[in-house]
Design a protein around this ligand. Sequence first.
Ligand SMILES: C[S@@+](CC[C@H](N)C(=O)[O-])C[C@H]1O[C@@H](n2cnc3c(N)ncnc32)[C@H](O)[C@@H]1O
Length: 225
Amino acid sequence: MSVGGKLSFRRRARLVEASGLPVIEGGEDPPRLVTLVPEEFEQVEIEVGPGKGAFLIAAAEARPETFLLGIEAAAGYANLAAERLQNSGLKNGLLLVDNAALFLRDRMDPGSLDRLHVYFPDPWPKRRHRGRRFFNEKAPELIHRALKPNGLLLLATDNAAYAGQICRVLGASPLLSRDHAAEAELRSSPPGHGFSPTDFERKYRIEGRIIRRYAFRRQPGPAQE
Ligand SMILES: C[S@@+](CC[C@H](N)C(=O)[O-])C[C@H]1O[C@@H](n2cnc3c(N)ncnc32)[C@H](O)[C@@H]1O
């Protein structure tokens, strides 16, 4: 699942063919979010690393008033998810091949998202790769900048050590606050509202792994107010 050292830079478009699928290769100069979302959508959500797209498609189906953008670093997965999205007939979703951390930083106006979903982010277990984790020290500011006031970050992981890092980094920031009520509500909501279903979740459930799910709400903060 790893995208190796290619995460830190943007490449010339090459892997996504002009296929008519709902997928865009960001390449070296990805489009800005505002150019990707059709005007009729006020609710916009991004999923970081949607993989084969199970959550993105369930969310697009469950909430047709919301536009779902999946930012996937691996072009092969983005294509697969786009094929599944097209087969579903849904029009409120799109895949973009890019590094989501870069996209959130430089391709979006502040306060653009109602929700940000990150399910089973690569844990990069080797010490020398830890810098590639999505939830690093810079994550609170990046997420705070991306979300609308009161917006929600939803995430899940099976990796206990990474869960510890996530809670430490996000929990220490005044920019975000854990929302236990939202967690409880979304855990028992129908598919596509948050947390579930994802392809990795299915696999890990069968393996009996413990899955940790968290909701963090954006707080007022100096970055936007
Ligand atoms: C472990 S998989 C989980 C896939 C999916 N969320 C699921 O639960 O089935 C992690 C996914 O995140 C993607 N990914 C990793 N780092 C990324 C980044 N910085 N930006 C976008 N996608 C990323 C990987 O290519 C992979 O598809």
